[in-house]
Write a new protein. Sequence first.
Length: 207
Amino acid sequence: MTLVAHGLGATPGEARIPASGLPGTRVVVTLPSHGAAPDAPPGYWDYGTIAADLATVEAPHAVGVSLGAGALVRLMSLEPDRFSRVALLLPAVLDEPRAAFTLQQLSDLTVGPPIYVAERREALRRLEAAAAQLPGQVAVSDASLLGAVSTEVLVIGAVGDPLHPESVAKATAAAFPYGELWLIDSPSPMITHRNDIRHRLVSFFGG
């Protein structure tokens, strides 16, 4: 079984992309204010709160994208032996606060068919509270805590993505004893390298 945690503003279809082709059962979570889920309660947008939600799913494998990656890092810092394999795609923050961002920035970075772009922009309209609360937060207060994690961790980063700096991907991979880094030379690898990412994830989780 593989837990899949999406990024901020992901549409239902986008949330399922990392699950495509993975072996076994895949549990794709839907965070509040996304898809058909109810709006998030006040104060929800905290990596600890999201990590606690993800912890309700018992699975040996996990994939996290952006916000989901940060929540998984928090969860692993609290439960170092929880997973056997984890893939972290486009991590946005580790132990240094991320810079402020706007929903317009997320919208401007959206590429793809017009229908997809429209769906993504519509999804972002429900996330004003997230954009206000997440800047200034960290996934983990002390990256050295991740030294106790025995999990095999694959970190996939982007080159040229202002909201997911490659420096964060490098630092995240280096923080885990069994971390592996794959930097993709694209600011939007989930679009431009979707097939390559799928094949890499299938290989990684297939052992």
